[in-house]
Design a protein around this ligand. Structure first.
Ligand SMILES: NC(=O)c1ccc[n+]([C@@H]2O[C@H](COP(=O)([O-])OP(=O)(O)OC[C@H]3O[C@@H](n4cnc5c(N)ncnc54)[C@H](OP(=O)(O)O)[C@@H]3O)[C@@H](O)[C@H]2O)c1
Length: 257
């Protein structure tokens, strides 16, 4: 199997780094020479990585082509290229629809979309794929875990959820700042919170039989401090605000279709 990447920016670097770490059995990984610093760095990692001077060369040589340019460049970059009928095309480009991709690549290419998160470089990524082409889910399973989305609505919902990464650190920062105001050193607050969230995440991963609500109740004594914090936050509209934020991001994604 040969893989190709059109666009060698942040996310392509994360994926290729992960694939090499995971020893994914690719014969060759073709990269575009764009972002020369990144493509040169990746080429140093393995002789399997080859840097191509043109996108045409990548499309001609790769069995599976990953599209990793920014949305505003997609049409101009893809339309001149000669994709093949049946060629697997995995688009990482946010907001560009499968219909547009088929129009800009080949009407009979096997196109799917994926949302890799940067932690794929650490083999710790979770990647939504739609439609869930086996070859693509296999690749993303090497980089952590693939999640098969069975409808565009479901796929878009994972995109909304992935927008929680910034929010997560925003919540952690609010807590760290509050701790600092109580006299804790910022560095100590950061360690305290990161370790606590790490342990909670591990608990959730180890207990897939329990819902998050089960886990919340398991970490809550009625009338206790956890109960008070949750009730105060929800009572002040915190939970409703989060759902509103999901809806706002989902609407933006749908309007882009
Ligand atoms: N970053 C993420 O965490 C992430 C996650 C999931 C999906 N995505 C999606 O992946 C795509 C890329 O994101 P990114 O963060 O990796 O962006 P990025 O770092 O800006 O990378 C974009 C790449 O496209 C290249 N490019 C531009 N025009 C090109 C052309 N004509 N031919 C070949 N390559 C060309 C750029 O090369 P130059 O530097 O030489 O201009 C650069 O290597 C976006 O559509 C984004 O929505 C990103």
């Amino acid at each position: 199997m040969t893989l190709g990447f059109i666009g060698t920016g942040v996310i392509s670097e994360a994926i290729v780094t992960g694939l090499l770490k995971a020893k994914y059995p690719a014969e060759t990984i073709y990269l575009s020479a764009r972002s020369r610093e990144i493509s040169a760095r990746l080429a140093m990692l393995s002789e399997k990585v080859r840097v191509c001077e043109t996108n045409d060369e990548i499309v001609a040589k790769a069995d599976v082509v990953f599209l990793a340019v920014r949305p505003q460049h997609a049409k101009d970059v893809l339309e001149p290229l000669s994709f093949r009928s049946g060629q697997v095309v995995v688009s990482l480009i946010a907001t560009v629809s499968i219909d547009d991709l088929n129009g800009w690549t080949h009407p009979e290419a096997n196109v799917c979309r994926a949302i890799p998160l940067p932690s794929v470089s650490e083999l710790n990524g979770v990647t939504a794929v739609f439609p869930p082409l086996r070859v693509a889910t296999d690749i993303f399973d090497y980089l952590g875990q693939a999640v098969a989305a069975n409808s565009l609505r479901e796929f878009d919902a994972y995109a909304v959820a992935s927008a929680m990464m910034g929010f997560y650190f925003g919540v952690a920062e609010t807590a760290a700042q509050w701790l600092s105001q109580q006299g804790a050193r910022y560095e100590a607050s950061q360690v305290y919170l990161a370790k606590m969230f790490q342990a909670l995440t591990e608990t959730a991963i180890q207990r897939p039989d329990q819902s998050f609500e089960d886990l919340r109740l398991g970490h809550t004594t009625p009338g206790g401090l956890n109960a008070q914090l949750h009730e105060t936050f929800s009572g002040q509209g915190g939970t409703d605000a989060l759902v509103l934020a999901f809806e706002a991001v989902a609407e933006r994604i749908r309007n882009n279709h």
